[in-house]
Design a protein around this ligand. Sequence first.
Ligand code: DGL
Length: 262
Amino acid sequence: MGNNNPVGVFDSGVGGLSVLRRIRADLPHETLLYVADSGHAPYGGQTLEFILRRSVAITEFLLERGAKVVVVACNTATAAAIAQLRRQFDIPVIGIEPAIKPAVAMTRSGVVGILATGHTVRSAKFADLLDRHGRQARVLAQPCPGLADCVEQGELGGLRPRILLERYLAPLLAEDADTLVLGCTHYPFLTPLIERLVGPEVSILDPSAAVARHLRNRLEALDLLADRGAPGGEGYFTSGAPVPTAQVMSRLLGYSITLDVL
Ligand code: DGL
């Protein structure tokens, strides 16, 4: 395994770009391969078995392209598949999970709200996370059907995401939550809208910076950081319709990308 082999990153769709952009900012020399499984998004509407099968197939795809590490930039796929991926594959697999620990440390009202998919909040991994880090506060988990789909379609500020968010935020705000955890990688792209709806008193936590930091530490410990020199390349793949997906992904990243079919 060479230092200049790529870092593989995948998500159910475009949401994992919120993680990829942090990785790009922190590790400019790494080559990044990103898979958006947009043909099967949202994972929130799929069975756990299906998500597991897709996660294995995508990891195999990334390994065939030489990935030295795989980042599961999806809370739902992490909950459904990370244990199996770590058993089955011989490279480091890094996941993402709702940032309950920092949220509990930060809340002043003692109430934390988690926005995530139904699969994530019902998972054994989430129950374990709550058990380990959620005891010092009231942690309210709010499943958000339809919300990832808005981001998937590039709807970041229109009526549909606003109506959904008003519905999902209302019970959390009614209970005086002052700290919100974005427990799905699609949601950071809705941060401006969420900020407008909750106001300046509510803190919003996105765990992607912690994932990028963890990735750097793992690569450093394994002596696998890319050589410093030219900036790393990027490759993007999707199982969905390439033209609209490339448009949404380019908009989310703020630069134009070329997308290959998976
Ligand atoms: N982005 C994903 C997550 O972090 C899932 C969204 C979905 O496909 O339902 O959970």
